[in-house]
Design a protein. Structure first.
Lengths: 359, 237
């Protein structure tokens, strides 16, 4: 067997960002894979040591431009736990709405990228069209379409405008109406099934041993979602279900992601209905001491922020645990035995976002 | 590899279903297109949304007091304070600045090339002088054109006397080290400091110590920064 290594990347249209995937091939079959990270390292953790607690929030937004709000929210949760403050009830609901809007937008961005991976440019156009409406809602809520800088330590930046619930429900209705279209175009399409079914199998045992989280884990019949297992904000008060798929191939990861979008719509509806009136922000202490870590369910898996404050204006240390970094460990295991043609489909379902992986 | 068992898509799934889906979308797109000719056309819903957008800044010169808080909370250091000459009418509402007799005030200018539009400046402004417009078309051919001076960002609204302490800090004095130089009282943008005779004596005269009116203090920290003997510290309310 000859030893041929092929470089996929560092620049490849599949990923958001730069990374190099080296694969060893035997003819058409992949024998080994080796993801190389580090092309997008910006030293975010080091930068945080020189900024005060407020200035870190916009920096956390830039960890991942596709789902920026979830990251700044994870940071705010960790900082709140360290400072020992409880945020008002209305702020919790506002955060849940913003987070779920961001999750749908992020999954739609994934769908738009995943479509061309399997040779379906149509999915890109449709998903981007839908994403536009969700970005509009985020703009109405926070004032910016991307990198919102919306959560604050102790609440949220601003209250929603009075016409927001009406407009948001309109968007959700529109999106629910499109469910049939996606089922016809992708879920039930024989060609799409041929590309994804039985491809990229990851067993439950392997997934748990490798520390895989998020949709990749849930696609392997393991119903772990931090929104129910370690509930934060008000997720435990709302009515929704964890999405799982039994098989563990690319198709089941696809169904978990798409079903999660409709589930997020359900969460937003519930939160809009239940949202109480009241204050949205409390005052945080300026120079806190202590340490805390908080994990949240990011759009890609388990995001963790560990923060140490030593009584100064900026934290002593801030550690970011990226979900994709851990999921990347599973790539060599999944890829083994597949052909090069399946490579893109498998990498697509992992939803690689290098911004948060390299940090 | 385990081969997953699912229901077969059938003949319909091969061609008819996806084709039907795309055909329907094509027809609806022909009747009601999603895209517009961008600079020439605009959608009504879009224009409504634009009101809430955090676009380019404008600074209400009559509200601004030149406290430099915006440049302190800015994560990217893109705000620079400029000394500008103004007429008499700026003196009372904008209590800022060095020397009132010279009619010089401090007003912020923004380097758009570094700005990340996080909105911290407008959020922490004690008087609400910072306004975000919905202007987003800011691209230009040179970097110099992205530096907006204070004059370019000027608007003139209504002056306000309302001051909010959004930093939620107040200066505290250590009387032991205060030398009574009065610099804090001169630099304070809200004029919340008056000098009163203290306990310590110098040449048989009591040293004048600052006394703060915390009701109009905005917690900008200018006094603590300017103090030559480091006898002022910012403490939480």
């Amino acid at each position: 067997m000859t030893d041929i290594w092929i470089n996929m990347g560092p620049q490849h249209p599949m990923t958001h960002g730069l990374f190099n995937l080296r694969i060893r091939v035997d003819g058409e079959t992949i024998v080994d894979a080796d993801p190389i990270l580090g092309y997008l390292h910006r030293g975010v953790e080091k930068l945080c040591e020189r900024r005060d607690y407020t200035q870190i929030i916009p920096l956390m937004d830039r960890l991942c431009y596709v789902s920026s709000l979830t990251w700044s929210h994870a940071y705010c949760l960790a900082a709140e736990e360290m400072m020992g403050i409880e945020i008002p009830e209305r702020a919790k609901y506002l955060r849940v709405i913003a987070l779920e809007l961001q999750r749908v937008a992020s999954h739609l961005m994934w769908l738009a990228a995943f479509g061309p991976d399997v040779g379906l440019i149509t999915a890109l156009l449709y998903a981007m069209r839908e994403r536009e409406y969700f970005l509009d809602m985020l703009q109405l809520m926070s004032g910016a379409r991307m990198n919102q800088n919306y959560p604050r330590i102790g609440g949220v930046r601003n209250d929603i405008p009075p016409e927001f619930p009406h407009k948001c429900l309109k968007v959700l209705d529109y999106f629910d109406g499109k469910r049939k279209l996606y089922r016809r175009l992708l879920d039930d399409s024989a060609i799409f099934m041929m590309r994804t079914e039985g491809v990229g199998y990851l067993s439950k045992e392997d997934a748990m041993n490798l520390g895989v989280t998020g949709q990749t884990l849930r696609g392997s019949n393991c119903p772990i979602d931090l929104r129910t297992h370690d509930p934060y904000e008000v997720y435990d008060e709302l009515d929704w279900e964890v999405q799982v798929a039994k098989e563990g191939d690319c198709y089941s990861r696809y169904t978990v992601r798409t079903n999660e979008m409709w589930e997020s719509c359900k969460i937003i509806r519930g939160a809009l209905k239940k949202m109480p009136k009241g204050p949205i922000r409390v005052k945080p202490p300026k120079r806190p001491k202590g340490q805390a870590f908080r994990r949240t369910e990011d759009s890609r898996g388990e995001a963790l922020i560990y923060i140490i404050g030593e009584g100064g204006e900026s934290p002593y240390r801030l550690k970011v645990r990226s979900p994709v970094f851990a999921n990347m460990r599973a790539v060599p295991v999944i890829l083994k035995g597949h052909t090069i043609a399946d490579l893109l489909v498998i990498m697509g379902t992992i939803d690689v976002c290098i911004g948060e992986t390299d940090k | 590899m385990a081969k997953a068992k699912r229901r077969s898509p059938g003949v319909k799934g091969w061609v008819i279903q996806p084709l039907r889906a795309t055909f329907r979308e094509t027809m609806s797109a022909l009747l009601k297109p999603e895209t517009i000719l961008y600079p020439y056309e605009s959608k009504e819903e879009r224009d409504e949304l634009r009101k809430y957008f955090r676009g380019q800044h404008r600074i209400d010169w009559l509200k601004c007091i030149g406290c430099q808080l915006c440049s302190r909370v800015c994560p990217n250091d893109c705000i620079t304070m400029e000394k500008v000459k103004v007429g008499e009418d700026y003196q009372e509402p904008s209590r800022s600045e060095m020397d009132e007799k010279k009619n010089v005030v401090l007003r912020p200018g923004v380097n758009i090339g570094r700005c990340l539009f996080c909105g911290n400046c407008s959020e922490y402004c004690p008087t609400g002088a910072w306004v975000h417009t919905s202007v987003v078309e800011l691209a230009d051919f040179s970097r110099d054109a992205l530096v907006f001076t204070a004059e370019q960002l000027k608007i003139e609204g209504k002056p306000t006397k309302e001051l909010k302490n959004r930093i939620e800090e107040n200066p505290k004095l250590d009387e032991e080290t205060c030398i009574g130089c009065k610099r804090c009282a001169r630099e304070c943008p809200t004029r919340c400091i008056v000098m009163i005779p203290g306990k310590k004596m110098r040449k048989d005269k009591p040293i004048e110590n600052p006394k703060f009116d915390y009701s109009i203090c905005i917690g900008c920290g200018t006094c603590a920064e300017i103090c030559p003997s480091d006898s002022l510290t910012m403490e939480e309310i």
